[in-house]
Write a protein that binds this ligand. Sequence first.
Ligand code: APR
Length: 240
Amino acid sequence: MPQNIVVLTGAGVSAESGLGTFRDTGGLWTQYDLAEVATPGGFARNPALVHDFYNARRANMRAAAPNAAHVALARLQRDWPRARTGGRVTLVTQNIDDLHERGGAPAVIHMHGELNRALCAACDARWEAPPRTDPADACPGCGAAATRPDVVWFGEVPYHMPVIGAALSTADLFVAIGTSGAVYPAAGFVAEATAQGADTLEINLDPSDTAAAFAAHIHGPASATVPAWVSGLFEAARAR
Ligand code: APR
């Protein structure tokens, strides 16, 4: 019975809410050149294209609703401390959408940033993003027209790594949900957790690139598999 659980989610947890994944058939990286819309070089070359890309994803996000997987993970994070005295659930997401929060999750760690936040490339000021951002937007802090999405691009350092590392070091169970395991450092979390003795579980539509690194697997759509898994945890805690 795990006490401290670290959950890592990827685009697959939001797929049934209608938000595209990246590497599945028809995924975002089959529609856009990631070098042009998700790297500092792409932003420098064509900031308008990058703003358009994230404006479209922000509109899709705001039109989408959390699914049963988001709601189940929110229940787990909220209620697990009562079910397992002192138990803790750390919810880390690679996703930049806000569906975990809108599903009720009390504390979400966005290691790749958030569509709902804007960043000044000149002074590092951050603010809540309007529905649409534009390269001409002036920074509310320094006034420079250097607005960018507060999203971690390829080649940049993911956010909150010290907090994530600390959670992995004390986890009894590490669970990856809806992620291909194609991008580091997130893809390396399973090895970090395993090295310190945690159990590991992959919940995914089908085996990911890092499936072999996990001790256990549940395959199927997250909106079905995640609620069932969460309910099973609470039933086992009650049975103790
Ligand atoms: N339920 C569960 N899993 C699903 C579902 C679903 N309904 N639909 C798709 N999946 C799985 C796919 O099988 C795949 O393994 O979700 C995974 C999505 O993989 P990716 O598209 O690579 O997305 P992700 O793993 O989140 O990408 C990681 O790469 O491009 C960067 O910054 C971006 O955060 C992203 C990172």
